[in-house]
Design a protein around this ligand. Sequence first.
Ligand code: ADP
Length: 610
Amino acid sequence: MECATVCKFCSPILLSPRSAVVGKRKQQLSNHTKFKFCYSKFKIQAIHSAQTHLSSEVAAEKSQSSTDFAIGELVWPSPSDEIPFWKKNFPSWGVNPEVPVDIKKDSDPMHIIHITAEMAPIAKVGGLGDVVTGLARACLSRGHTVDIMLPFYECIQKQQIKDLKLVTTYNSYHDGNWIQTNAYHGVVSGISVIFIEPSNQFFKGQNVYGGSYNELEAYLFFSRASLEWMQVTGAQPDIIHVHEWQTGALPLLYWDMYHSLSLKKPRLVLTIHNMEHYGECTQEQLSKSGLDGFIYATIEKAVDDRTIGHNPERLSLLKGGIVYSNAVVTVSPTYLKETLCTGWLASTLIRNRDKYFGIVNGIDAAMWNPATDIFLPAKFNAQNPEGKKLCKYYVQRGLGLASDGILDGNHVPDMTHKVPLVVCITRLVPQKGLHLISHAIKRVEELGAQMVILGKTSDGRVEREFEGLAKLHNQGPSIRILLMFSEELSHMLYAAADIVLVPSMFEPCGLAQMIGMRYGAVPVVRKTGGLADTVFDMDDQSNHEMANGFVFEGIDEGSLDSALDRAVAHYRQKPDEWNGNVQKVMELDNSWNNTAGKYIEVYNSVRVRL
Ligand code: ADP
């Protein structure tokens, strides 16, 4: 029995007789040394490419600042094109690999390793991917060493990874077996990434989520395999930053297993991006990671409070992560307040209030920059907004939306100016206010405006509902509903939009409104979570300085109408004021440059110096 327990705790290497242990250790060390060698080489490369990149970025900004485009050079798309305009061959899919280097460096640099289920742009489903990449790049540019550990999903396009190399082959425990696992290293968007690839079926499939393997077990495996990799290679970061329920078990594994092996230095930070998913888990499932699931089934540890007294009781990996991390962050101050007041995890968060922080997400100002965005047919910025009109006309033509009139020199037709274009780019899940999104279609038509929805869902019922709406509207002049995920098209839509709609029922932070603003789209949002922290109503006389969009509170259609109607009326009746606000929202700094420092403060508050 003792042996069985130990087996789960230590890789077979550590269980072997002494001589074998020494032999294997040497091998581990040589792997480690090899890795370290590659590692430092990668760092040099990353820094080098960052520098060259910066100059190209500055050059791009400069060349764009005149926004001297010739309209005649654009090839106008049409809905009948064999290849849709957003699927063209773009020069480089991996948006802006450069990490800005002109940022002031922090005085006491750290080594931070993010362990995450998503990373933009290679494995992005929603905001989690954007946030991990954006925060990592911001910390990198402030002088810290940052790595990301990510499952090597089969669906990741390898050509988007620079310098991909196998660096370590090792075994990691799962459900009574030691699974042979490969760790690859590569560079994505200027960040060093370790890809964990088990030799079993985990992470196989066409999408990041929803493969035909048990997702909970796969992420339990990934959590342990990430720590095992650190143990094998001797990595001792200052901070292990885990995200969401998928890596919620890692702090348990760290403190109750790896900390008593060789990992001494790291401290754990958990970011909760969305409390809706809490990693429901049985004791038996947790035991598959090598921990004893039974001992976590207490109110102080990881039991799901709602199941107390049920047979069986359940665990929550997110709760376990909250309890066992040194610091917990959620993605906006308002969402922090909401989570302390509502939901079953509130009591756990209140108990852990001293280490719980609300830090609003940022956007990556280099990846989301209309002045350099490779996906845009014309670039623009707050001082030179002309390119935005072209982007709108381009999208209207490409999607077959009404854009009557002819080009007059460098001027797009009048109709493009007169008809406001609303975009909604979202995962189509109840959280996002599905009933309000479908209502908005009707309202936008009634208002004589145009709307494009870019949405992806994995729920058959929602898919059918929106397919029905698409069938009804997509041949008409003013509505397009596109049921897919497209990074390229999302950039073009933000650039084309006059209004970005985010009518969420709840929204921990929300990036769409911030990206929209950077691209000159005025937000119409429901007042909840991070939306309440970033969008302020234009008609609120008491807060004129902050005013930047249109806000509603209720969850009913009438509430949405009140904000949408005001936005459309404003667009039509007060064009100068509208344009002034467009310039204002483009100049707002909602980037990580503004907020990464708050994460650094949290890291510094928990790190130890051995
Ligand atoms: P969430 O994380 O809940 O999905 P956020 O607003 O925080 O919501 O982040 C969503 C991110 O995903 C944004 O970058 C948005 O542009 C992107 N996104 C959402 N749906 C799509 C889609 N169908 N196609 C392309 N990008 C999308």
